[in-house]
Design a protein around this ligand. Structure first.
Ligand code: NAD
Length: 489
């Protein structure tokens, strides 16, 4: 497929980790697959004093493991330009503007611009302000801002940032990345719910007992301690990724799957999020921090690089989220995320209510299991359904069957990277899979109550071992409701 998407990408933070690990490979795949062709150019900006050639070599290096076809890579990197740039220096934006105009004419880019913030969040507002004051926005084409997480660290700071960028860009021009919304199986959820009457009819409080969302990582914080210790799992994973997964699972069916209708549906959903009072936090949310593993071969969180040895930062969160709406009133949505869990696994387990009336006199009611429908997001991708049936043989005995579907390895090879999909969406002007300000506003307010309560309450850490499924309290969170975690690692 070949489509013309004439665009100038201006990447602030063009020498950084995100740009090299995610953006350049994603852009390269768009090029290879014909989403961008001759009419595109990239300006990478960063503080260092690099030449175009040096910059191109760094981009080439980042593509090494994706492509052996040197000719295509060379053609691709020929579209890359470098601009040494200090975000606070107005002069640099004027130079940048001139380069942007030159490339616009040279590559026939039709005044279309994507401004990508691959820089520290503290610089987002400054850059957006200069884009306005130094008049970088074009008049005829599109001007789209792509902004990375974290979008604020609480409601106040998120609002301040939003106010700042809104001086330059309006909501229709802002693409707030939540890369979970770029994942194949997360994008699949609405199709699964709304294109299968078999699920659509039972996706409500009448049939669902509880829903469990797990984002487990086997790795620890590794070298990201400096960032992580000031953030923690609640802000890093729950406020954004988990909340967006919950929205995919619970938003009312939009009458059309367009960006506007989907965001309206999500806004209504988050408005029904049952806010906790500070007094309710402890009964509904559990935090944890990993210690060493059983053999003591792994260091604990507090022993990590750039981490306060007395740190009370949580590397694990489990919580019970409720929605006050007609469809899900009373259904607990248990969520958890943690580092150094037994294995990497991102999954959703939907536990259905058990049929209580046993009409088979010879069958043992206790042997009947609850149906569980699982959406496996990564590293495998697929679905599982736990069902009841009879054992093979003369005896009329029940057994549970697991009906499982998995994408094959060949299919997995075809799955586009989240960033690739999201960049195509940006080029198409499709904001469906980006976070709207209304959603951030609600989710930050929800999270702030928990964060504030935790900040005021000292805790004894570490409280779970590396390689385990998390602290004991997380099991009690469910057992006191008569439930238990389906995924046990
Ligand atoms: P990084 O430190 O590797 O890169 C930062 C970039 O910003 C560099 O190019 C640096 O030169 C530039 N920069 C810093 N100060 C500057 C200044 N004063 N003027 C001009 N340029 C300046 O960071 P990163 O890991 O690439 O992260 C970039 C952004 O993406 C951050 O907002 C981060 O939260 C977000 N993010 C990163 C990842 C990831 O996997 N790396 C994942 C999710 C979100």
């Amino acid at each position: 497929m070949k489509v013309e998407n004439p665009t100038l990408f201006i990447i602030f933070g063009g020498s950084g980790d995100l740009a090299h690990r995610k953006l350049y490979p994603a852009l390269f795949n768009l090029y290879r697959n014909g989403y961008i062709n001759e009419k595109f150019a990239v300006i990478g900006t960063a503080r260092r004093d690099w030449s175009d050639d040096f910059f191109r070599d760094t981009v080439k290096e980042s593509l090494k493991k994706f492509c052996e076809d040197e000719k295509t890579v060379d053609e691709f990197i020929g579209h890359f330009y470098y601009q040494s740039h200090d975000v606070n220096d107005s002069e640099h934006y004027i130079i940048l503007k001139k380069l942007a105009q030159k490339l616009n004419d040279q590559y026939e880019l039709e005044d279309n611009r994507v401004y990508y913030m691959a820089i520290a969040p503290s610089l987002f507002g400054t850059v957006a302000g200069h884009i306005k004051s130094e008049d970088l926005m074009t008049k005829n084409g599109f001007n789209r801002l792509v902004i990375e997480k974290p979008f604020g660290h609480d409601f106040e700071s998120a609002k301040a940032l939003n106010d700042e960028i809104s001086q330059t860009f309006d909501e229709q021009q802002i693409y707030r990345i939540d890369h979970y919304l770029g994942k194949e199986m997360v994008q699949n959820i609405p199709v699964l719910r709304f294109n299968n009457p078999v699920f659509e009819t039972i996706w409500n409080k009448d049939y669902i007992s509880n829903v469990q969302v797990t984002l487990a990582e086997s790795l620890g914080v590794e070298e990201r301690g400096g960032y992580y210790d000031g953030t923690g799992a609640l802000r890093d994973m729950v406020q954004n990724h988990i909340m967006q997964i919950l929205a995919q699972l619970t938003m009312e069916k939009p009458n059309e799957f367009t960006s506007q209708k989907v965001h309206e549906s999500k806004k209504a959903l988050f408005a029904s999020l049952k806010m906790l009072t500070p007094d309710e936090v402890d009964a509904n949310f559990v935090r944890g921090q990993y210690g060493t593993n059983q053999n003591q071969t792994q260091i604990s969180y507090r022993e990590g690089l750039n981490i306060d040895p007395d740190s009370e930062t949580e590397t694990y969160v489990a919580g019970k989220v409720m929605f006050d709406n007609d469809t899900f009133k009373g259904v607990p949505f248990y969520v958890r995320t943690g580092k150094r869990m037994p294995e990497k696994s991102t999954r959703i387990d939907i536990v259905f209510k058990k049929e209580v009336k046993n009409i088979f006199p010879t069958l043992d009611t206790d042997a009947i299991k609850e149906n569980v429908f699982s959406i496996i997001i990564e590293p495998d991708q697929g679905y599982e359904l736990l069902m009841n049936g009879t054992k093979v043989g003369m005896n009329f005995e029940t057994t549970a069957f697991d009906m499982a579907y998995k994408h094959t390895n060949a299919q997995l090879d075809q799955v586009p990277e989240a960033y690739e999909r999201l960049l195509i969406n940006v080029l198409d002007g499709d904001q469906t899979n980006f976070t709207h300000w209304d959603e951030l506003l609600s989710t930050w307010k929800y999270i702030d109550v928990i964060r504030q309560k935790w900040d005021e309450t000292p805790i004894s850490f570490p409280n779970y071992r590396s390689g385990s499924v998390g602290p004991k309290d997380a099991d009690e969170l469910l057992s006191k409701d008569g439930n238990s975690w389906f995924w046990q690692g």
